[in-house]
Design a protein around this ligand. Structure first.
Ligand code: ADP
Ligand code: MG
Length: 430
């Protein structure tokens, strides 16, 4: 943990809270407002305006639980609550209900699941109007279209870099993917670990950067946070070189920049820091093009740590759980993506949506999948990750699914996703 006492934390929380009260203005204004850096230093114009970041910070406190606190308003009423909300970790962790898991049935491959969703990747022409309700060709227009989903569609049109006629997933290397969704338990970490592993298996050099204080990607890749001298916390808080903390994994081309629980403090300790939004980006830049893919496992919040992830990324990958409230909070995420895009990272866009925990037995999963496709069009990966108990078991063995159970449906799904998301970009030789 950082060296801050409870009193220090409370004082900082109070300061943040007070400032947010004063700065209660629409985000659009904040985005264009001139920044007032807390520290006099050159180059500070690169940094997200203080108010914007603070707005981002509190807006999302408490947005991790799948329901509470969405809608851009602080949910905490007292400074102490702000502090505790800021420090909150993913409470949804482990909500996986084993009874919902399908038995690992090798006969029912992930490919079978995805054929039900043969959503063509053909371009959807929206006449440049962004993502309207565009049922994909193939007639899988959903019956279900909630007002919430319509709102999100409008958000997309207005604010984010998401466009319907996406040219595909192929992009120039190196690629840095922020795997983000402020909801907990949607499959961010599972995707960072297993997509990363499958990309490494394809021959790419892959780094999984763990930005979640819970360190699930770290342990899921077999690294014990207790044995570490340096972690991503030191990189973000103390400008330690990223390469000092990078650890190998059981897969040859796969590496992890591990997180420890210290990182929970960084969310608040970072607030007064110079260039606080760009810590991770600078650290990754210093690595050069060592890695073809860097997958950043973001925490279940939209605070400064996630902003660091978004600012460092070349693209955002959003896992969406095929469950109730799947789309809730997405508008908020996209608004934050566009804030970072406007202020820090002009090229940032949502490149891919990955449907996770798909349960072929439920109608709901189908409806969610259809609804997501309706709004995100070809951004949605054709390969869907099934809900399978093997995927939830693998982390306790410190192994990605392709090592833990190479022929399982989860392994097949993440392998196919890796092919799809990499778009067949040429791998490095040697
Ligand atoms: P997040 O990082 O978004 O909080 P996780 O990847 O940690 O989400 O997933 C939450 C829980 O669900 C974990 O216990 C994980 O093992 C489990 N899980 C994730 N994906 C699947 C899946 N496809 N099938 C079954 N369980 C899954
Ligand atoms: Mg996680």
């Amino acid at each position: 943990m950082g060296a801050m006492s409870d009193d220090d934390l409370a004082a900082r929380g109070r300061a943040i809270f007070d400032r947010l009260r004063e700065d209660d203005q629409p985000v659009e204004e904040l985005a264009s407002a001139s920044s007032e850096p807390s520290i006099d230093a050159p180059g500070v114009e690169e940094v997200l305006p203080e108010d914007v970041a603070a707005g981002v910070l509190v807006e999302d406190a408490g947005g991790d639980g799948g329901g509470d606190g969405v809608g851009g308003l602080p949910t905490a009423e007292t400074p102490d609550e702000v502090v505790s909300e800021l420090g909150r970790v993913d409470e949804d962790e482990g909500v996986d209900r084993p009874s919902d898991d399908q038995p690992a049935d090798p006969a029912e491959s992930a490919a079978d699941v995805t054929t039900e969703h043969e959503a063509p990747t053909a371009k959807v022409d929206t006449g440049g109007a962004g993502l309207g309700p565009n049922p994909l060709p193939g007639g899988d227009a959903p019956e279900l279209q909630s007002p919430r989903a319509a709102d999100i569609g409008a958000d997309l049109d207005r604010e984010s870099g998401v466009v319907a006629d996406h040219p595909g997933f192929r992009r120039p290397l190196p690629r840095i993917m922020a795997i983000a969704n402020q909801k907990g338990g949607v499959g961010k970490t599972t995707t960072a670990v297993n997509l990363g592993a499958a990309l490494a298996e394809l021959g790419y050099r892959v780094l999984v950067a763990d930005l979640d204080p819970q360190g699930n990607a770290t342990t899921g890749l077999g690294v014990n946070p207790r044995n570490l001298e340096t972690s991503i916390y030191d990189v973000i808080m103390h400008d330690a070189p990223l390469e000092d903390c990078i650890e190998p994994t059981s897969l040859r081309n796969l590496f992890v920049a591990p997180a420890t629980i210290d990182l929970a403090g960084a969310e608040i300790e970072l607030v007064p820091a110079f260039s606080r939004e760009l810590k991770l980006r600078r650290a990754l830049e210093a690595l050069g093009d060592d890695f073809d893919f860097t997958l950043i496992d973001c925490p279940p919040s939209l605070g400064l740590i996630t902003v660091n992830g978004l600012a460092a990324a070349t693209e955002v990958v959003v896992p969406i759980q095929c469950e109730y409230y799947a789309l809730e909070g997405l508008g908020q995420l996209l608004r934050n993506v566009s804030l970072v895009q406007a202020n820090l990272n002009p090229k940032l866009e949502v490149s891919a949506i990955i449907l996770t925990m798909y349960d072929a037995r439920t109608k709901l999963a189908d409806q969610v999948a259809s609804e997501v496709r309706l709004h995100f069009g070809p951004k949605v990966c054709r390969n869907i990750v099934p809900r399978t108990v093997r995927l939830s078991e693998a982390p306790s063995f410190g192994q990605p699914i392709i090592v833990f159970d190479p022929s399982s449906r989860g392994a097949i799904a993440y392998r196919e996703l890796a092919k799809e998301v990499s778009g067949g970009a040429p791998q490095r030789v040697g």
